[in-house]
Every structure is written in C-alpha cells, then in structure tokens.
Design a binder for this molecule. Structure first.
Ligand SMILES: Nc1nc2c(c(=O)[nH]1)N[C@H]1C(S)=C(S)[C@@H](COP(=O)(O)O)O[C@H]1N2
Ligand SMILES: [Mo]
Length: 329
C-alpha cells in the first residue's frame, strides 16, 4: 500500500519472540486456565520444549466451547497455516509481510475490553469474553483479497458481527459504525512512526455491518487468532478489500455520518470508504482485474481472475443497488 516515507522500525531483539515458542507458551497458559500469573519456571520450560514447529495454538473449543461448522467455502482449499500466519499486513508491527509474525509475539491480548460509544442504548466498556460468550462460534472459510492484488483462502472462527452489534441496541441515528485498533506504541513498535495516523480506523455503513457475511473474528484454523492476524478480535468482510478488516479492535462507535478511516483519509483517490472488491475499478497504480492466490511460486504465481464482490455477489450486491461503484469505490 502507499507509504510515503518508509521508516525502519526500531524494534529491539528483546521484543522479538519466535512465533513457535510464543504459540506454545500461549497454549500452555490456556491449559493452565488462561492465567499467566503464577506460572512456575519449570512448567514454562517444558511448555516451550513441547513444540518445535509452526502450528495452531490451543483449540478454541477449550476456550469457548463447540465451534459450529458452516457450508461457507467448503469447496475451497485453505492456505497452509504457516502462510496465513507469516505473510501479513499489520502495520502496527512493521511494514514487511514477515514483521507481524516476528514482532507481535509478546503482544498482550488478555484481558481485553472494548469500549462501545455513540448512537446506541447499551454503551460502556465490555470484556471481550462477555461480548462473545452468548453467541455460538462458527467456522467460515472465506476468500481474503488484499487491495495489493494477492489473496488467500482462510478458515476463520468467530461470530456474526450483526449479533454482536445488535446487543448494543443501536438507535435509528446509527447510520454507520466506526472501529478503532488499540493505540499502544510500547507494544506496537510500528506506531512510533511511519506515515499512518494512529490508531488504525475503519468503518462500515450500518447495513453492511449487519450483513450476514460480516464476521467478528476471534480465531482461525480452529484455534485462537494469532497476534499477527489481529488478536484477540478483528473484522472479516470477505467482499471487501482486506484493509477494511481492522485488527485488534478496542473501540466501536455508532455514528450518524460516514466516519473518517485510515486508508481513505491518507489517499482518498486510491482507497475508498467502501473498498468493495471490484475487477472493473482499477487501483490508480495497478489493475484489480486479477490477483495472485497464495501460496504460489515466485516463478509461476497462481494468477486468477478477480470476481465482483470477491464472488459474494448473491449475499451483498443488494447493499449497493443504484450506486455508481466507479464513484463509490
Ligand atoms: N489495525 C490494522 N488492521 C489491519 C491492517 C493493519 O495494518 N492494521 N492491515 C489490513 C490489511 S491491508 C489486510 S490485507 C489485512 C491482513 O490480514 P491478515 O494479515 O490476517 O491476512 O488486515 C487489515 N487490517
Ligand atoms: Mo490489504
């Protein structure tokens, strides 16, 4: 994406935890009741030794109960776990695709609260576990299409965003919903500079947010969301470019008018508010007609045609009927 003055991140060696070690530490913490305090040194040591390769952390059902399988994406082949967790965009941890996996290991995601504000009856600060505990977790395999023209198939785990938002009882003035990522430069080294205006901000029209495809996502590959993929909770909006899928959410605000969002404020002619996947509207600097499906070789990349709304027309086209999608891109 457009970066005007790329700065090398000043992340020290001490902040970098190889992910395999981190994941197993976390798995261990879950097994011991999710309480990090009071973990004995011997136990930590054996937990670290238990794993030596990239693999998903503790199964979500240990943390949250059963996961409902859904028909979404049953015919698709998900990307290997190590691809989906080492090729990331999460600028709070650096601009390189490998930076988030290298640098997000120590990011602290429990406990986690979300502040709900604005045009709703039920506002305040809520614990993430309380927000999601009354909904059944679902697995949905979705195509993920970055505006940079690469894509991956990912099995996400989460709850429907509409279920979550309805619990806050938005008023009739809530025409849009705005989301914000954590701002914590001590934990997120990328926030100490760079050209983004932190915190990362996103937004949706309320009917888009209530569409059944929109997912409030806490896991992937049957497990807790790895930090580099937006732990502990992020949006997944499979008909939109990936940048709408804001990570590590701490704020939800119901608002009357269209909110300012990170990428569309930075470069409005390149990144629109809607950001619906659309092969007929090119990015000013590259074509959106095709995409590189990952994984694929460097020599022989797996190039496929991009589909309107990323192939989710049946579910979402009605949201935009009568709109000129070249103008509202
Ligand atoms: N807070 C935050 N959210 C973010 C980003 C980011 O840099 N910061 N990058 C976005 C972009 S451009 C994409 S493509 C997806 C990448 O998600 P993934 O790394 O889980 O594939 O996250 C989106 N959400
Ligand atoms: Mo992206």
């Amino acid at each position: 994406m457009l970066i005007k003055n790329k700065k090398p991140s000043d992340c020290s060696e001490a902040e970098v935890t190889p992910e395999s070690i981190y994941l197993n530490r976390r798995q261990f913490m879950k097994a011991s009741g999710g309480i990090a305090l009071g973990v004995g040194a011997n136990n930590v040591f054996s937990a670290l030794q238990a794993g030596n390769s990239l693999r998903p952390p503790a199964p979500l059902k240990e943390a949250f109960g059963q996961i409902i399988q859904t028909p979404y994406g049953k015919s698709e082949t998900p990307a290997p776990y190590d691809v989906a967790t080492t090729y990331n965009n999460f600028y709070e941890f650096g601009y390189g695709k490998g930076d988030p996996a290298e640098r997000a290991g120590n990011f602290n995601t429990r406990p986690w609260t979300i502040t709900v504000e604005g045009e709703a009856e039920n506002t305040g600060t809520f614990d993430l576990d309380d927000i999601i505990k009354t909904s059944a977790l679902e697995e949905r395999i979705y195509r993920h299409r970055c505006v940079e023209a690469w894509s991956m198939v990912i099995p996400w785990v989460g709850v429907s965003l509409s279920d979550v938002l309805k619990r806050f009882k938005p008023t009739s003035k809530a025409k849009y919903v705005y989301f914000e990522t954590l701002y914590d430069p001590k934990q997120m080294p990328g926030q100490n500079g760079g050209s983004l205006d932190w915190p990362y901000r996103e937004g949706l029209r309320i009917d888009e947010a209530m569409n059944s495809l929109a997912m409030f996502t806490v896991g992937m590959y049957g497990s807790i969301l790895p930090n580099q993929n937006g732990a502990p909770v992020r949006l997944v909006l499979p008909w939109k470019y990936g940048f709408k899928g804001i990570k590590s959410i701490v704020k939800i605000r119901f608002v009357e008018s269209m909110p300012l969002t990170t990428w569309s404020s930075l470069a409005p002619s390149e990144y629109g508010f809607y950001a619906n996947v659309n092969p007929n509207v090119d990015h000013p600097r590259w074509s959106q007609g095709q995409e590189r499906r990952l994984p694929g070789g460097l020599l022989f990349p797996n190039v496929i045609d991009t589909q309107m709304f990323n192939g989710y027309q049946d579910e979402v086209a009605d949201l935009y009927s009568g709109m000129d999608l070249k103008r509202f891109f």
